[in-house]
Design a binder for this molecule. Structure first.
Ligand SMILES: Nc1ncnc2c1ncn2[C@@H]1O[C@H](COP(=O)(O)OP(=O)(O)OP(=O)(O)O)[C@@H](O)[C@H]1O
Length: 254
C-alpha cells in the first residue's frame, strides 16, 4: 500500500470533523476527495500532512507510520500540499516565492547567512535552479521576475503548484486547485495535473468542480459529515445511491 489512513479521526471539541476514515491513495494516479462544504476534506489533508494531529487513527506512508511526525518532516519524506488560499508573498517576485520551497532540502543556517559562506551560495543557486525548473514545468518561465501582486489568479494557482513541486515531492495534495478560475483556465490546470502524473508523481486533490473531477480522477472518495460514504472510480461514484442522496440532494451527477 502506498499511502493509507486507518480509522483516521479528528475531533474539534464536540465536532467530529473526520470520522474513522480508512482510505488508500493509489500511486501514480489522480486521486480525488469530494463532498459538501464542511464535510472534512481539508481537515483530512491537514491530518495527512501533519498540520493537525489526529485524535485517533494512523497515517501510513510506504509502510512507515507517519501519524505523529511534524509537518516539515512529512514534507521531507516527499509529501507536499497546497492550500485553498495559498499565502504567497505579494510584494516578492514569482521566482523568490518559489525558491522558498526548496529551502526544505538545504542546510544553510544563520551563520551561513551572516558570513555568506560557500555553502549558502551553493544552496542559493540550487534553490534558484530548482525554482526555474519547476516554474518552467508549470508554464511560468516567462513571468519569473513579476511581483505576485501583478499576476492573475490562474498564474497564482500555478505558482502554488510550483511552490509545492520545489520541495521535490513524490505525492502532492492539492486543495481546490481550480477554485476561482474560469473554465478555460480550469482546463489548463487539469492538463497540468495530468502532466504531473505523467511525470511520475501521485496526485490527490480536493475539488468542487465535478466535471473536472469526473474527467480527471481515477479514484474518488466521498466524505459527508466527516464520514467516508463512498469510494471508487468516477462511474461507480456517479451511480452510488448514497452519494446521489447525501451529496447531490437527489439529482444525478452531470
Ligand atoms: N481548526 C478548526 N477548529 C474547529 N473546527 C474546525 C477547524 N477546522 C475545521 N473545523 C470544522 O471541521 C468541519 C470540517 O471542515 P473542513 O474545512 O475540513 O471541511 P471541507 O470539507 O474542507 O469544507 P469546504 O469544502 O467548505 O472547504 C467543519 O465543520 C469546520 O467548521
Amino acid at each position: 500500500m502506498y499511502l493509507e489512513t486507518k480509522q483516521l479521526t479528528k475531533k474539534f471539541g464536540g465536532l467530529v470533523a473526520v470520522n474513522n476514515v480508512d482510505f488508500s491513495i493509489e500511486k501514480g494516479k489522480i486521486n480525488a476527495i469530494i463532498g459538501p462544504n464542511g464535510a472534512g476534506k481539508s481537515t483530512f489533508f491537514n491530518l495527512i500532512s501533519g498540520f493537525h494531529p489526529p485524535t485517533f487513527g494512523q497515517v501510513i506512508f510506504k509502510g512507515t507510520d507517519i501519524t505523529t511526525l511534524p509537518a516539515n518532516q512529512i514534507a521531507k519524506l516527499g509529501i507536499s500540499r497546497t492550500f485553498q488560499t495559498t499565502n504567497l508573498f505579494e510584494q516578492a517576485t514569482v521566482l523568490d516565492n518559489v525558491m522558498v520551497g526548496h529551502r526544505l532540502r538545504t542546510e544553510s543556517n544563520l551563520f551561513d547567512a551572516i558570513f555568506r559562506t560557500k555553502r549558502l551560495q551553493r544552496e542559493d543557486k540550487q534553490c534558484r535552479d530548482k525554482a526555474m525548473e519547476v516554474l518552467t514545468f508549470v508554464g511560468l518561465q516567462n513571468i519569473t521576475h513579476k511581483m505576485i501582486t501583478n499576476i492573475s489568479q490562474e498564474e497564482k494557482k500555478r505558482v502554488a503548484f510550483a511552490l509545492a513541486l520545489a520541495t521535490d515531492p513524490e505525492i502532492i495534495f492539492l486543495d481546490e486547485p481550480a477554485a476561482g478560475v474560469n473554465p478555460d483556465e480550469t482546463e489548463g490546470l487539469a492538463e497540468l495535473m495530468q502532466k504531473m502524473v505523467d511525470y511520475g508523481l501521485t496526485v490527490c486533490l480536493i475539488e468542487h468542480k465535478m466535471q473536472m473531477v469526473m474527467k480527471l480522477a481515477q479514484k474518488i472518495m466521498v466524505l459527508n459529515y466527516g464520514e467516508k460514504i463512498a469510494e471508487g472510480t468516477p462511474d461507480e461514484i456517479k451511480n452510488n445511491e448514497a452519494v446521489i442522496k447525501a451529496y447531490l440532494g437527489g439529482s444525478a451527477i452531470a
